[in-house]
Design a protein around this ligand. Sequence first.
Ligand code: UDP
Ligand code: MG
Length: 314
Amino acid sequence: MIKPKELISIIIPCYNEEAVINICHKAVSDVIDTLDYNFEIIYINDGSSDSTHQLLEKIHEQDARSVIISFSRNFGKEAAMTAGIDNARGDALIILDADLQDPPALIPDMLHMWKETGADVVYGQRLEREGETWFKKFTSNGFYKVINFIANNVEIPKNTGDFRLMNRRSIDALVQLRERHRFMKGLFAWIGFKQVALQYNREPRAAGETKWNYLQLWNLALEGIAGFSTKPLRVASLFGLLISIASFIFAIFIIFKTMIFGAEVEGWASLSVMISFLSGIQLLTIGILGEYIGRIFGEAKNRPLYFIDSFIKK
Ligand code: UDP
Ligand code: MG
């Protein structure tokens, strides 16, 4: 009996990608046409306000392998990837960016590495960051250092994005993680299994513009830290303890000083320094508490991760 060809789901989140979506489909098709697998290409239109949806409909008319999932509004790349992963029917899936920064030419290498190593996950690891400023490289490096120092139970590989292949059992594992605050790099690592790196050079965007600014990157970093670690809370209580001990020693010192030298009006400078220092620490710890309470609030509402406006499939 001939073994049926395996099905690979390619997942491509798209948000306002009219400039690049046709180039993307062509590039992906050219590569997968040469391969001995069956494919489905799942495009997730993440509430684009440009003509991305119309272009995707055209793509679907010409290519029966494509599946178009359109969201009711913009839910963010994490939700878009999740919708793709939820709806993938393949024996494995590959996540790609629409802007071709994750080169489709690597799809054969990924599949090859998957078969060769028997790994559950093959993740792309960037060698160079072309077209990125030194500041972005510096902050990104710092981020991986901090997150891996601080995160409980996960080791997030460096310079790794969402570009990856996952086999059926790792997909099934990931689908079970329904948390609303989705720090995907963390979730991908958290599921465990055998994961291997495929190193590659990340291309500059083929066309269009990046949707990330520094404020969003800062939020993403916070998401990662607060979503995968409770250490900041512990640091806050440690601060409290240290300051209490110091204050106690200082109080004893003042009592003796007053007993020996008598009370006099002085010390306002140290007093104001202490008050502002303590107010700072208090606001910081309230802020840390707030980060976690905000997350509890988000999870407690238990809302769906996305709403689908239309689902186009042959
Ligand atoms: N994206 C998305 N929803 C968003 C923002 C981005 O689906 O709210 C998609 C986008 O269309 C692209 C991928 O996520 O396919 C990566 O986005 P981008 O190129 O802007 O990010 P960068 O490569 O600069 O990290
Ligand atoms: Mg990009």
